[in-house]
Design a protein around this ligand. Structure first.
Ligand SMILES: [Zn+2]
Length: 161
């Protein structure tokens, strides 16, 4: 039997864990130590955020690339409220998972669902809030903070996509 085929069969029989919408591998899921500030754990959310950057033209993301690490830290913020202050991010994160990070559409597709008089549009609201903060930070010349907020925005978009 071909050795490569045998290894392939081993991977099929013993697959590695795959976690959608993860911020990092098991045991290192979030940045909560100062040592992680410059190299946050990388997983599905990071891939989606990076893919968003790849969709931009070079001219559109030139300002953001030097702040990519802050962008990835911001990507953790919706799931992590323990980002070390040593990371110099604009905040330590939100961890608003329990408030809901998704949207729900009306059955007829007319817009967001309303459940118990509550509009189920939290992700859309959070995307807009983070985008607005990014715009304000960018206009003030604080590109690092702008990158952080765009990363958080990318997280909410990834959650509903
Ligand atoms: Zn999330």
């Amino acid at each position: 039997m071909n050795v490569i085929f045998f290894i392939f069969l081993l991977f099929l029989c013993f697959p590695m864990q795959a976690t959608a919408w993860s911020n990092g591998p098991a045991g290192n899921a979030q940045t909560n130590l100062p040592e992680g500030c410059t190299q946050p754990p990388y997983a599905t959310h990071d891939y989606v955020a990076d893919y968003g950057l790849m969709l931009l033209s070079a001219g559109e993301c030139d300002w953001l690339m030097p702040h990519r690490v802050m962008y990835l830290l911001g990507k953790e913020a919706p799931d992590n409220d323990d980002i070390p202050i040593e990371c110099n991010s604009p905040n330590t994160g939100y961890d608003d998972r329990r408030k809901g990070q998704s949207v729900e559409w009306a059955a007829d597709g007319s817009g967001f669902a309303v459940v118990g008089e509550k509009l189920i549009d939290r992700a859309a609201v959070r995307v807009h809030e983070e985008y607005s903060k990014a715009v304000t930070a960018y206009q003030r010349g604080n590109l690092s903070d702008a990158a952080f907020y765009l990363g958080a925005m990318a997280h909410y978009i990834a959650d509903v996509s």
